[in-house]
Ligand binder design. Structure first.
Ligand SMILES: [Ca+2]
Ligand SMILES: [Ca+2]
Ligand SMILES: [Ca+2]
Length: 987
């Protein structure tokens, strides 16, 4: 028997999200703690000498009294699913400080194999005001706290001596609001011998102490004393004498003044002074003693008496320190003084303890993200980045980022996220500012030799409120030490339906310069896709790193994660797998709010993905990958329809045997399978074929045969009988398609989605075509057309009763068999096709169109043996941008169709060629007529390029085009289809 291996055609393979890929969901381990404490807000895989753990942040632990937060350790390989608290918060916490929110972030520390956690919401109590310096803690591999640092923390108990100078002259009325203002102001200060001391003086003609700096040790006693202050009364307002008195006396050591304490004077008055001539000596004297002065003008008396206030305001402004807008206040009457207390308190705090240096971290929150820690709230919510090393914390100055942020609203939250990327030799830092100019921004910078940041590049988000830059994830896809991609989350990105779908933007980085490569998107509304992003070192073992993205709000807040596999230096933009939280546990909420996948957690060498949820963390197990190959051979490889050796359904029929062999390769290489698969054999499965019924059946009387088989490295083969039906199609080979799927969806290993799982083989069944030894059918069709009417000689009268025009058509073949033989008739528009009466000789009827009288009627007959050629043209990009439109095929112009042009912004970087894989193709089918034996045939398809699609290319590409002017059409991208050779078209 002649056994011949026949051509295997690999069918297209597609990734079906429903099938998933190698992140398994069966056997997932779920750890739980209190959801109200936000257990699961962060998660980190961790290994030490005792085992493998999940570290889980529970930043609200202590809720609602004092959200100190906590880290839990959950042992992966222990039988139970309980977690233990590390009790870190009790070792860090400081009596005055609350809501440490420890565990909001978690990150490994490379230097000692431990980890770092931060509590950026850590609130510091200064007086009655809270500030948010944040805190980060380093923890050893054995879970002991090593150090805690809070570079933004204030010494809010730093020494400050405040002299309050009150105008007590007759014009002040009523007095009570002045006392209330004083009491309220004291409430807002951190009073004490080691923090802030206050002295109060009152003046009219002359000045006297109400109490001195060292008079009261507690806030309560000082407020009590203040309530008893009586109005001094007096006809003159000697403001400058009072200021000078305070300068000379208030801060004296004998009166309680402390050397090194910051000196502040608050002057409250309601009228122009009687001693303005002293101004030019008194105020410079205050400056030389570093006394910061607040000037408060009470305009009540002037307004009540309809006096112009401009001189008064000018005088008080001249008393206040610079800049005036920060140190000068005015109020319309005594009663409204109390309204400025909050602002005044804030401004006093802002100068506290920080003399001669305008460097402010007062509203910063260190640790919103790590390495280096970001300080999102620094500089009044503009934010900055703190570089921490063993010796010290370098808080990067505001000016470093001011220009690039262009943040007039002072709300960038720079440092909300931070990371670093490498080009192999240098390291660049990336900081996210999710509220910069409302659209969000990422900034790439490097550190120069003076430890100062040098801005390299920045990119803004393209939608207001999208929180672009709140999540950053660098990916070294090919693990060569060079960062290939920076993923930037914009989890609040709104879809067109105004729902928070979320997006993840892809950037490549070249020497710190970012280049946008499009974005990833989840599949659902209100998903917050991109809230968490993590790179995984090669889930599917194809040597490229992979990426997992969380969409914690997807599906009404249940959450989902998406898996994207790496490919060369980028990632595939189509997710390969989506795992919906409710499939693991119907009660899961916010599944995907945090992620980690840096390591193998169960010893099979494949990294595993850990997913945080609301009060839970889920450990998923990755599965091995099998690549199955199928080979098919047929015996015999050709079938003669004359030979009918087999019996099928009681009849003698032609038959052949199909032998299917499977083998597999496995990653990891241990264990070597097996993989249990289900295979399907289908005869004539090609859906594009016009054959409705198959030309062959298996022994089960069906065109489809299904079986389970266990496949290992060695070939495993099975043979199947195929019975051939009598068929009118004796030309085309019978196709046998093999499909394989996993026998059990939860099996391990799984089939590789990026390798073929379907193959089509053609048993070259040129049923004996009877076309001579060359097996090519050279026919010679002769067409004879006869009609009752003798055209041209007699006039044909067409009427209602006589409108038929009939032809008798005779086709004869003088040479070898003609397959797919047809007769075609084309006719003029004044005829209707009426019918064909089939005989060996058949009659074709036409009726005249009585609504359209013309002198001539035309009918052209042709006898053809047809051959089709299908041309695929890249018709539009994946985004739907038009690429090419056909203008002609051969000599027949195609009628023009109206075409609505609609362009979307789209990047072609990384796309070498726009072909039917990278773009959407359109099929043009040509019928080839009048072919001669063994000729080469050319079909000239002429297309035009939609220039609009390329009008929006960014400048870099545009320059390239211009440089190659005249060669644009020569780019390999477009030309390959311009002339299509039809060499294999011989019959
Ligand atoms: Ca790389
Ligand atoms: Ca991979
Ligand atoms: Ca594993």
């Amino acid at each position: 028997m002649n056994i011949l291996q026949v051509l295997l055609t690999v069918l297209c393979f597609s990734i079906d999200k429903a099938h998933g890929f190698n992140v398994g969901t069966s056997g997932a381990k779920i750890f739980s703690q209190l959801a109200a404490e936000q257990f699961g807000y962060s998660v980190q895989q961790f290994k030490n000498s005792q085992g493998k753990w999940l570290l889980v942040g529970s930043p609200w632990k202590g809720y609602p009294q004092n959200r100190k937060g906590e880290i839990y350790k959950c042992e992966i390989n222990s039988p139970g699913s309980s977690c233990q608290s590390l009790n870190l918060q009790s070792n860090i916490s400081n009596g005055n400080n609350i809501n440490m929110s420890l565990g909001l972030t978690l990150t490994p520390t490379t230097k000692n194999d431990g980890f770092m956690t931060c509590g950026p919401l850590w609130a510091q109590l200064c007086g009655s005001l809270y500030f948010y310096p944040g805190v980060c803690a380093e923890v050893s591999p054995q879970f002991t706290l090593q150090s805690a640092f809070s570079p933004a923390v204030q010494t809010c108990g730093s020494l400050m001596d405040i002299a309050i100078v009150l105008d007590g002259s007759n014009s002040i009325y009523p007095w009570e609001p002045i006392v209330n203002f004083l009491k309220k102001m004291l409430e807002n200060l951190d009073i004490g011998p080691q923090s802030t001391q206050v002295t109060v003086m009152q003046y009219a003609v002359d000045t006297s102490f109400e109490f001195k700096l060292n008079a009261y040790q507690t806030k309560e006693s000082m407020i009590n004393a203040s309530s008893n202050i009586q109005q001094k009364q007096g006809l003159e307002t000697n403001t400058f004498k009072a200021i000078d008195f305070a300068r000379k006396n208030a801060f004296l050591a004998s009166n309680g003044g402390r050397p090194g304490a910051t000196k502040v004077m608050v002057v409250v008055t309601d009228g122009e002074s009687h001693d303005a001539n002293l101004r030019n000596t008194v105020i410079p004297a205050c400056d030389s003693q570093n006394i910061t002065r607040f000037g408060i003008a009470v305009l009540g008396y002037y307004i009540r008496n309809d006096i112009d206030t401009s001189k008064l305001i000018a005088e008080i402004k001249s008393i206040a320190s610079k800049p005036t807008e920060k140190y000068f206040f005015n109020v319309s009457e005594e009663a409204t003084l109390i309204e400025i207390v909050g602002t005044l308190g804030d401004r006093i705090f802002n100068i506290e303890g920080l003399t001669g240096d305008n460097f402010k971290m007062e509203m910063s929150q260190v640790g919103f993200n790590l390495f280096p820690p970001g300080a999102a709230g620094a500089y009044n919510w503009i934010g900055t980045v703190v570089h921490q090393n063993a010796q010290k914390s370098d808080v990067l100055p505001k000016a470093a980022f001011e220009k690039v942020l262009d943040d007039r609203n002072h709300s960038s939250l720079l440092g909300y996220s931070v990371t670093s990327v490498s080009d192999g030799s240098s390291e660049f830092f990336v900081a996210g500012a999710p509220r910069a100019v409302h659209r969000g921004q990422v900034i790439v910078y490097s550190m120069n030799s003076q430890n100062q940041p040098v801005i390299i590049d920045s990119q803004r988000g393209d939608q207001i409120g999208s929180y672009f830059g709140s999540v950053l994830c660098p990916v070294d896809v090919n693990a060569d030490g060079v960062t290939d991609l920076l993923l930037v989350g914009a989890p609040m990105y709104m879809s067109e339906e105004k729902s928070e779908t979320g997006r993840v933007y892809l950037f490549t980085i070249t020497k710190g310069i970012l280049s946008n490569q499009g974005f990833l998107e989840g599949s659902q509304k209100n998903a917050r896709f991109g809230t968490a992003i993590t790179a995984v070192p090669d889930l599917n073992m194809d040597s490229f790193s992979d990426v997992v993205v969380g969409a914690p709000l997807e599906g009404n807040g249940h959450g989902a994660i998406y898996i994207y596999y790496g490919d060369k230096k980028t990632i595939r933009k189509q997710s390969s797998q989506k795992i919906v939280g409710t499939n693991l546990d119907p009660a899961l909420k916010f599944f995907g709010r945090s992620l980690d996948g840096r390591g193998d957690m169960n010893g099979d060498s494949i990294p595993d993905v850990s997913v945080g949820a609301f009060g839970k963390v889920v450990q998923l197990w990755s599965r091995g990958v099998a690549v199955v190959t199928a080979k098919v051979s047929f015996t015999p490889d050709k079938i003669s329809i004359l030979s009918k050796p087999c019996r099928y359904s009681g009849r003698q029929v032609s038959c052949f045997k199909a032998k299917v062999c499977f083998s597999a390769t496995f990653k990891p290489a241990n264990p070597l399978g097996p993989v249990d698969i289900k295979y399907n054999l289908t005869l004539d499965a090609d859906l594009q074929s016009s054959r409705v019924s198959p030309r062959g059946h298996f022994s089960n009387l069906d065109r489809v045969f299904q079986k389970d088989i266990s496949v290992s490295v060695q070939d495993v083969c099975e043979e199947h009988d195929v019975y051939v039906q009598e068929t009118p199609d004796l030309v085309n080979s019978i196709a046998l398609r093999v499909d394989v799927v996993l026998s059990h969806p939860d099996a391990n290993p799984v089939l590789d989605v990026f390798s073929p799982t379907a193959w089509e083989s053609f048993v070259s069944i040129p049923f004996s075509k009877d076309c001579g030894e060359d097996d090519a059918c050279l026919s010679d069709l002769v067409l004879t057309v006869q009609s009752e009417d003798i055209f041209g000689k007699t006039k044909l009268v067409v009427s209602q009763n006589k409108k038929r025009l009939s032809f008798t058509v005779i086709v004869m073949n003088r040479k070898e068999n003609a397959y797919n033989a047809r007769v075609s008739a084309s006719y003029s528009s004044n005829l209707f096709y009426a019918s064909v009466t089939p005989q060996v000789t058949f009659v074709v009827n036409f009726d005249f169109n009585l609504n359209q009288f013309q002198k001539d009627a035309n009918v052209v007959f042709e006898a053809l043996s047809l051959l089709y050629l299908t041309v695929s043209l890249p018709n539009s990009t994946k985004e739907g941008n038009p690429l090419l439109y056909t203008t002609s095929i051969r000599t027949s112009p195609i009628s023009e169709k109206p075409y609505t042009v609609r362009f979307k912004e789209e990047s072609f970087r990384g796309t070498d060629e726009l072909n039917c894989k990278t773009a959407k193709c359109r099929l043009v089918q040509c019928v080839l007529k009048g072919l001669e034996e063994k000729g080469d045939y050319w079909v000239n398809v002429t297309t035009n390029i939609w220039s609009g699609t390329f009008a929006l290319v960014n400048k870099l590409i545009l320059v390239l085009f211009l440089a190659q002017s005249g060669l644009i059409l020569g780019l390999t991208v477009f030309v390959y289809h311009r002339l299509i050779s039809c060499t294999p078209c011989s019959l």
